[in-house]
Design a protein around this ligand. Structure first.
Ligand code: F6P
Length: 318
């Protein structure tokens, strides 16, 4: 029976469990033997595999995190670490590896592929920073978490006539800040892709309060600055009571949204379809609501730009 191993790597994201479940259940239905690797690439090097039957993946569809657990492994970046992992894969006669993770995990997946292991990537990161996919796994859920948090902050900021400066995750990508900003109707966003004009933001905040606003919200993406510093500068410039909030890891938790559950079910299911078509060495994503795939090389070459249309919409709606 051909064997597939699944692992989750890097920062966890809501929907990873649902993606594992989809790969496992579709694989079992098509006659594959399914294995899970614990703690990502570290588990591959440590030979830490578990058998996955249908029961092992029940009750996880709606849970955040990853039941296989995750890790960031420096050792796997070395040729020695990769060779150790490949030795275990070969001794267990594993035919395919499915890596669910972000940019760093895709580098690891590409290294395995280059060394002859048939590998797939699924875009598991809240950051939405993987090229050639409109969404990454967990991004939609994180947007909902951030939008809820902004609603809570708006209540108290409004009572005290304050400005809230909220720091969102995303590494060097501003998508969480941009889309949560649109969803929440915030006053300003500061994102790595666009140079911020703090003088203008401060002036607009002041003018808003002079017009009678009771609160204002500014989101800063972590790749563009931190909430404490930005709040301090804005307070100096506009004189308003400006309070920082770092949302931190709260953004990575919570039950996956319906979108993320359906998206990951489609992704996981599609991996097995590709194996049947003898297509391997690719990462899957969603473009224009179709599940698509590209080689790791294509993805790294593509790079990722800000969604100009959404940025334009944000600016027109302030
Ligand atoms: O890549 C996902 C992410 O949550 C980023 O947004 C953030 O910068 C990073 O991981 C935090 O990583 P860690 O949990 O290892 O501190």
């Amino acid at each position: 029976m051909p064997k597939i191993a699944v692992l989750t790597s890097g920062g966890d994201s809501q929907g990873m469990n649902s993606a594992i479940r989809a790969v496992v259940r579709t694989g079992l239905a098509n006659g594959f033997e399914m294995l899970g690797v614990r703690r990502g690439f570290k588990g591959l090097m440590d030979n830490d595999f578990i058998e996955l039957g249908s029961k092992e993946v029940s009750d996880i569809l709606y849970r955040g995190g990853t039941f296989l657990q995750s890790a960031r492994s420096e050792a796997f970046k070395t040729p020695e670490g990769q060779d150790q992992a490949i030795k275990h894969l070969q001794s267990r006669a594993i035919d395919y590896v499915v890596v669910i993770g972000g940019d760093g995990s895709y580098r690891g997946a590409q290294a395995l592929q280059n060394k002859g292991i048939k590998t797939f990537g699924l875009p598991g990161t809240i950051d939405n920073d993987i090229p050639l996919t409109d969404y990454t796994i967990g991004f939609d859920t994180t947007l909902n978490v951030v939008t809820d948090a902004i609603g809570n902050l708006r209540d108290t900021m409004s009572s005290h006539e304050r400005v809230s400066v909220i720091e969102a995750m995303g590494r060097s990508c501003g998508d969480i800040a941009l889309q949560a900003g649109i969803a929440s109707g915030v006053d300003a966003i500061i994102i790595p892709e666009v140079e911020a004009d703090l003088d203008k933001i401060a002036k607009d905040l002041k003018a808003g309060f002079e017009r009678g606003k009771s609160h204002s919200i500014v989101i800063v993406a972590e790749g563009a600055g931190n909430a404490v510093d930005v709040a301090k500068v804005l307070k100096e410039k506009c004189g308003l009571d400006t309070r920082p909030t770092v949302l931190g890891h709260i953004q990575r938790g919570g039950t996956p949204s319906a979108f993320d559950r359906v998206f990951t079910s489609r992704l996981g299911h599609h991996v097995i379809e590709l194996i049947k078509q003898e297509i391997t060495g690719v990462a899957l994503g969603i473009e224009n609501n179709q599940i698509t795939y590209h080689s790791f090389n294509e993805i790294f070459a593509a790079g990722r730009n800000i969604n100009e249309q959404l940025y334009h919409i944000f600016n027109d709606l302030i």
